[in-house]
Ligand binder design. Structure first.
Ligand code: HEM
Length: 107
């Protein structure tokens, strides 16, 4: 499994719009092969900094989505620049096998 971290910064006056756009996201990524889930993280120390975290079975699965029509369609609104979001960095990590999380710890 891999985790992909997309860092993005948003001006203070657009943060609300950026956050609410996620509750209306296209949902196209959810059906992509190898997609295992995602979270949007608000930085507790640095206002306006967010991380879009996605989990995938393999890096090839991520690359296929990133080059797909579903990626473009899922960014139709954000591509217009209306959220004022600026991309910062794209990171990839491989998940090291460890003892499973206790079921009661998962939301
Ligand atoms: C200029 C670059 C980008 C900006 C400003 C941006 C911003 C956004 C925003 C605001 C949304 C919510 C839906 C919408 O309003 O369109 C969205 C959807 C999404 N973004 Fe990005 N994004 C960018 C690139 C990326 C990259 C590089 C990744 C991952 C590596 C990523 C991952 C996602 C995912 C997984 C969704 C959900 C799509 C769906 O539901 O099908 N985004 N993005």
């Amino acid at each position: 499994m891999i985790v992909n971290l997309f860092h993005v910064t948003v001006p203070a006056d657009r943060a609300q719009a950026f956050e609410s756009s996620w509750s209306q996201r296209a949902g196209l990524v959810d059906a992509m092969p190898g997609f295992l889930g995602m979270d949007v993280l608000r930085d507790g120390n640095q206002p306006g900094h967010y991380i879009v975290l996605t989990r995938w079975a393999t890096r090839a699965d991520f690359d296929a989505w990133a080059n797909s029509p579903q990626f473009i369609a899922g960014h139709r609104r954000s591509a217009s620049g209306e959220t004022g979001a600026a991309p910062m960095a794209l990171e990839f990590y491989e998940v090291v096998p460890s003892t499973p999380t206790h079921p009661s710890a998962t939301p």
